[in-house]
Design a binder for this molecule. Structure first.
Ligand code: ZN
Length: 244
């Protein structure tokens, strides 16, 4: 079975659809897990919610999803993120808001714990260093964990003595799940920040017990045009082409 792993779609329906199409080219997708921040920043919140609701049953909430329905404060957001979340809230239907409000913070699926930020703080914490990742190991009981939030594809691996390595992931990287513990971030579908503007996603192959990272091109200009029409902040428009 192949499971498509997505995170940080951020209201970018063009990148979202490109990922769905590309994932099918690597073999039939049997299931989809989404790691939060479906909305925020981008121009298509309603379209992204409608599509994800239809195709994905395993979805957790991210900080932007919760901010869009006023379940968390936006005081930790920068000024552009806050402006985009305000705009996003205004676009959502009652059903959209009910859906975002209903999303859990943590899901355990097979050998994986799925959270947006970190197991210790599912909403806000960024897993950027090996030290922070190690501190989080006691906070999940499955062997493996998947996170989003940082918009950078990365893999933390720990052996049984909790000696860890950190690895930035590139297109077509594949690694086997072993006895050690793993925290995997598939990068961001809708707003990558590793200086590579291509949409990023993962595939979990349950037969091979492997995780793969993929990147796919999408029509960034069309997304930028829709953002411009909606008056979204210029810095958010520019960053899509830069991958930052
Ligand atoms: Zn995000």
């Amino acid at each position: 079975m192949k499971i498509l792993i997505m995170a940080d779609i951020h209201s970018n329906i063009t990148a979202f659809e490109a990922v769905l199409h590309d994932a099918e080219l690597h073999g039939t997708v049997d299931d989809i897990w989404n790691l939060g921040d479906l909305v925020g920043y981008g121009p298509d919140p309603h379209e992204c919610i409608r599509l994800l609701k239809e195709i994905c049953k395993v979805c957790i909430a991210g900080n932007h999803d919760l901010a869009a329905v006023s379940k968390v404060e936006t005081s930790e957001f920068n000024i552009d993120a806050e402006a985009a979340i305000k705009w996003t809230s205004q676009q959502l239907s009652i059903e959209d808001k009910e859906y975002l409000s209903s999303l859990p913070l943590i899901i355990e699926q097979a050998e994986f714990t799925l959270v947006h930020g970190s197991p210790r703080d599912p909403i806000w914490e960024y897993l950027s260093s090996i030290e922070t990742a190690r501190e989080n190991l006691p906070y999940f009981r499955t062997r493996y964990c998947m996170v989003g939030h940082r918009h950078i594809p990365i893999l933390f691996q720990f052996n049984e003595s909790q000696v860890g390595t950190i690895q930035a992931l590139k297109d077509k990287n594949i690694f086997a799940l072993g006895k050690g513990r793993i925290i995997f971030n598939p990068g961001s579908v809708g707003q990558p920040r590793d200086h590579n503007p291509l949409a990023s996603y993962g595939i979990y192959d349950t037969d091979q017990q492997s995780l793969a990272l993929h990147r796919v091109k999408y029509d960034i200009t069309s997304v930028q045009q829709r953002m411009l029409v909606q008056g979204l902040p210029p810095a958010l428009i520019d960053r899509l082409a830069l991958g930052v």
